[in-house]
Ligand binder design. Structure first.
Ligand code: NDP
Length: 482
């Protein structure tokens, strides 16, 4: 800041004094006409916007996605149209349960939300650092999140609610195993993977559909934090992860991830042994190997936290031509609820905020008008209805997706396949961890489960034992149960 600027009111009027308010005489009360003081206090009172109910605490950074491999046989999305193509992006990385001021180093799932500013609009890949989730039907979501939040009477955090809930929702076992494994506390944002988690779809130039899972594997290597160190940092340096990534980018140490996909031809979904749309399951790599697509690098810090990180808004509904949805019930619900949360938090014009606005300006051709905080030219004198004869924007059928075959009766179905298959994949993960990691997993579980009544502990041990007898034994031993 070289040139000295004159301080002004929000209306641009020069301010004569920013240190002394206007009073009636030397010892008299403050005058109502000190409009600058009133504006300053009134704006201050409105500095906070509604906090996100989940994913409130986060760090964000700008970066670029570079395509390194050709996947045009699966998708016509322009961001993947040629090797070497670069797309600007913004990422927001969060804890889930804590409030905006909560500690970074808690055991929690991490949000991994990416916004790619493509020439055909924004693609938001709103994932987590886990390939699965606790539930597969969004009708359970608000209940599950209440178990992660504060007690309605005491306003204190509690362990009981989550185990009470999980003990009755065996589909959660896979994600519980990931959460209480070492990966439940990453050493930092650069040291964790990101996953789209849901199954999405890719659509190619021949209008063929493929089911897809998105993977962002850290090039820094997975690094986790022992709980004792995490607890100490939660007290001493609650913003540890936030500062760590900011400082890394400031010194030019840019974190990178390899972006890959797993691809399933549309018809294989019918008979695959797992319901491929069940968010509590992965597609084993042996069945669907990772296909490399590109590299994502974070290389620029936000200049202002509120403008770029707090006001950033992501929605799984934001897919671009060549990328689309799947029948995953959690995804279907998020298509509604993420944009709805942003309309509540930021207002109907949230997509026009600079951080959310598509970089290709011509992409925002809508008939939406007015609404609070419409700060651009609001469509000027252009037609605000369609059809019109004045050359307003028109829909283009070339972007239509192939029809999706569905059959059956409308009813309430559980999106899973097979009896008790909720135990197989948690068991696979447990067996993959190795003895020392298994012991740490059981100890981590016991440190929370040990705080709830014994009958609930026993119920959970039965679930762990169904995944693998050694898992049940390990948790029982860590709890001091017979
Ligand atoms: P694979 O041998 O093909 O995959 C093993 C994968 O397990 C690794 O690639 C790694 O995923 C992941 N993994 C390794 N250690 C841990 C850990 N401590 N916590 C969480 N994940 C870990 O076997 P499967 O594909 O059959 O998967 C076995 C289990 O691995 C699954 O039940 C699932 O829990 C977990 N997993 C599977 C993923 C998948 O897409 N198949 C992805 C992530 C986890 P990564 O390379 O992504 O780090």
């Amino acid at each position: 800041m070289s040139e000295k600027k004159t301080l002004t009111t929000a209306a641009g009027i020069p301010v004569p004094d920013n240190q002394t308010s206007l009073t009636a005489g030397k010892r008299g009360p403050t005058l109502m006409q000190d409009h600058y003081l009133l504006e300053k206090l009134a704006h201050f009172n409105r500095e906070r916007i509604p906090e996100r109910v989940v994913h409130a605490k986060a760090a964000g950074a700008h970066g670029v996605l570079t395509v390194t491999h050709d996947i045009t046989k699966y998708t016509r999305a322009k961001l993947f149209c040629e090797v070497g193509k670069k797309t600007e992006m913004f990422g927001r990385f969060s804890t889930v349960a804590g409030e905006k001021g909560s500690a970074d180093t808690v055991r929690d799932v991490r949000g991994f939300a990416l916004k790619f500013y493509t020439e055909e609009g924004n693609w938001d890949m709103v994932g987590n650092n886990t390939p699965t989730f606790f539930i597969r039907d969004a009708i359970k979501f608000p209940d599950f999140i209440h178990t992660q939040k504060r007690d309605p009477q005491t306003n204190a955090k509690r362990d009981f609610a989550q185990w009470d809930f999980w003990s009755q929702v065996p589909e959660a076992l896979h994600q519980i195993t990931i959460l209480f494994s070492d990966r439940g506390i990453p050493r930092g944002i650069p040291y964790m993977n990101g996953y789209g988690s849901h199954t999405y779809s890719l659509i190619n130039a021949k209008n063929e559909r493929f089911w897809v899972k998105f993977h962002f594997k850290t090039q820094q290597g997975i690094q986790c934090m022992p709980p004792e160190e995490a607890d100490r940092l939660a007290a001493e340096n609650p913003d540890y992860h936030t500062v760590q990534i900011f400082e890394a980018i400031e010194r030019g140490d840019f974190p990178k991830w390899t972006f890959s996909v797993q691809v399933m031809p549309e018809t294989e979904a019918e008979n695959y042994r797992w319901n491929p749309f069940d968010l509590t399951k992965v597609w084993p790599h042996a069945d669907y190997p990772l296909i490399e697509v590109g590299e994502m690098e974070l290389n620029r810090n936000p200049k202002n936290y509120f403008a770029e990180v707090e006001q950033s808004a992501f929605s799984p509904a934001n897919v671009v031509p060549g990328i689309s949805f799947s029948p995953c019930k959690m995804l279907q619900a998020r298509i509604f609820s993420y944009a709805d949360a942003s309309r509540y938090r930021l207002g109907a014009n949230f997509e026009r905020l600079p951080i959310n606005c598509p970089h290709a300006a011509k992409v925002q051709n809508t008939y939406q008008r007015d609404g609070a905080m419409r700060f651009d030219e609001n469509g000027g004198g252009d037609p605000n209805y369609e059809p019109n004869t004045m050359g307003g924007p028109v829909a283009d059928p070339q972007y239509a997706e192939p029809p999706l075959k569905i059959s059956g009766d409308a009813d309430r179905y559980e999106q899973k396949r097979g009896v008790d298959d909720d135990y197989v994949q948690p068991g696979n993960l447990f067996r993959l961890l190795g003895a020392e990691h298994q012991a740490r997993l059981c100890k981590n579980i016991a440190s929370s489960l040990g705080k709830v009544p014994k009958d609930l502990q026993e119920k959970m041990v039965t679930h762990f034992a169904k995944a693998d007898p050694a898992y049940g034994e390990g948790v029982a031993r860590a709890l001091g149960l017979k």
